[in-house]
Design a protein around this ligand. Sequence first.
Ligand SMILES: CCCCCC/C=C/CC(=O)SCCNC(=O)CCNC(=O)[C@H](O)C(C)(C)COP(=O)(O)OP(=O)(O)OC[C@H]1O[C@@H](n2cnc3c(N)ncnc32)[C@H](O)[C@@H]1OP(=O)(O)O
Length: 725
Amino acid sequence: MCDKGSMAQYTRVSGFVGLITLQNPPVNALSAAVRQGIVDMVERALSDPIVKSVVICGQNGNFCGGADIKEFGTNMSGPPLVPMIDAIEAANKPVVAAIEGSALGGGLELALGCHYRIAHSKARLGLPEVTLGLLPAAGGTQRLPRLVGVPAALNLITTGRHVTAAQALQLGIVDQVTDHNAVDVAVTFSLSVAGQSLDARRISTYLCPLPSDFDALFEGVMQKVRQSARGAIAPVACVQAVRAAATLPYTKGMEREQELMATLFTSGQARAQQYCFFAQRAVGRWRMPSGARWETSKPRPVHKAAVIGLGTMGRGITVALAQTGLSVVAVETQEKQLMEAKQAVSGMLERGAKRHGVVPTLDRISYSQNIQAIAEVDLVIEAVFEDMALKTEVFQQLSAVCKPGTLLCTNTSALDVDKLASETPNPELVVGMHFFAPAHVMKLLEVVYGPRSSPQAVATAMQLGKKMGKVSVAVGNCRGFVGNRMLMPYLQQAFFLLEEGATPELVDQALEEFGFPMGVFRMSDLSGLDIGWRVRKRDELVEPDMASGKSARIRQGSRYSPLGDLLCEQGRFGQKTGRGWYQYDKPGSRVARSDPWLHSFLVEYRARHGLVPRSIDHQEVLERCLYALINEGFRILEDGIAAGPEDIDVIYVFGYGWPRHRGGPMFYAGMVGLAKVLERLEHYQQAHPDVPYLQPCSLLRRLVAGGSPPIHRWREVIKKHQSQL
Ligand SMILES: CCCCCC/C=C/CC(=O)SCCNC(=O)CCNC(=O)[C@H](O)C(C)(C)COP(=O)(O)OP(=O)(O)OC[C@H]1O[C@@H](n2cnc3c(N)ncnc32)[C@H](O)[C@@H]1OP(=O)(O)O
């Protein structure tokens, strides 16, 4: 017997079991229609006298990915989740959740309303709402602590992390784990418990186990959460909701859960985080200005890859490749460097394997000093020192050694990928792969295509990035690509603010309060001031004999601040030398302390150049640094270097520490209001006419003139704008 009409299919199986199957591909999200289906089918099963027990499962081996996030921005209709789950829990016949694939968010909350949970061994469970700026508001914050205790519930709910079926069993979230068909096991099990009392199976009736150090525990967790949340409100609300579970009866706790959720649900932060969720997936649907796109470009198979150059980046890339299961040839011409790299890579793989409880993949890597060793690989990632002449030489060698069709990738943060491609006989096989340090940890990968890169080469690099667990974004070739290009105006404004009266501490504090893990000066100290110095020298911006006055701060026709150069001349390269914008206890130490030398240096510098310091507040720091960066983002869109605002936002959230609860720079501009961003840029441009980065971009003007459409409509405007340029 079967009813296929709704988005929850009803079948009677094994004679006496009502089987309800959620059907909403790809993840069986709880849309209004699915919820209605569940309500109707549960009612049907419970009212059918032949049915002794009920099993709920999901179609295509996937239980449920939670509430339908797409519905959040709409007038949510259909039956609400809470009464639906309460009705399941109150049922007088056993209801068993058969969990395959994922049980996340509302999906796990649905399962927690069931009387029993049986999971397949490959299933994953979690309450990831916090990552969407929400909390588990279908009873998750009240049932989970009652089931698994407060500390475990706090951990799962405030981090949103997923657990494996085995971990879920250990925690007590599921009752049984099986390697067999979980639905079949659940059906048999449900019949075995039919007719038994369900009193002890309704989690909402449990007393929440209270830890002895209750106050200290909550205080500690709240402190930790506030610190790591960097201004995000959802993690804090999660702690408050769990505290309600521990201190209030279930119904009162539920009221608190709903109250907290209502605040989060309408907050800009939730909108930003949900935008990030979809943006992260949208960047996989890449397209190039030529019209080539992800759906029509088939990647080449990559079984064996090579890494050339085993410095810090090359080592991280080798680890990341080996962890995907590929065979890797790692080449380093210097013997000492090769030996050190081998040891370092093995160490990283062993530590990674230990963390994940698996066997390290050391034998997947072969090391060589000879570039001939890469003759048979399908793809090469060159990671030698960031120097065009050196990279060109290496690329010429690669072209001579590799078998025909091998994809040649360069790991570069700013060099001209097209120029490098033009030095090879097959420029269509060349793309940039801009990894972020440490390359085996950082999630972001910019895949840089030049005008001659083939769609297949881009598709292959994008697919490899995905396999390596990266969030890969395809971007066009220009100086600094997307991320580093936008960083230039940001850094420049920070330097100018110092000239005008700010301190590194003030600028960093403003940016950290905004939500960056580190302000611009602490970040520069960490990455090394010498990196930018080298680039500026190459660009002939650094003048050794610096005069005084305004003219000394004009380079190539625009305002220039030599502050970074002056620090480098003093050997102040940041953490590695123990001195930079801050001072450190010793070279390599990480704790930044305010440096009186730097403050005196700034005072002298301003005096020498006739700069009268003024008081600068946090708002000016944010407007100048962030709006200049955003303005460059609009230029990048105008130039077609990024296909859409989502690409830029994903790059900034995953690679540059932009706070996720603010959605990314382009989303943030929309939240602030494009007209306001434009007005402030115009204001600052008038005050600083010698700073081209503050000149508002024409795309921004056009968007404002067009009534500041929502971000999902920008692509239409960009297309029209580009066609008229
Ligand atoms: C006052 C209001 C009351 C509301 C109370 C109810 C609150 C409930 C809270 C929730 O349940 S919030 C949702 C919690 N769930 C999640 O966060 C899970 C999100 N999904 C994932 O983590 C992953 O998608 C997955 C389930 C682990 C599957 O990963 P996989 O890599 O296999 O596929 P994806 O590429 O990520 O996704 C495929 C496709 O599906 C879309 N999608 C996934 N989950 C949802 C969802 N919950 N709602 C809507 N759509 C979803 C995803 O966007 C992809 O589609 P796209 O077109 O490529 O974007």
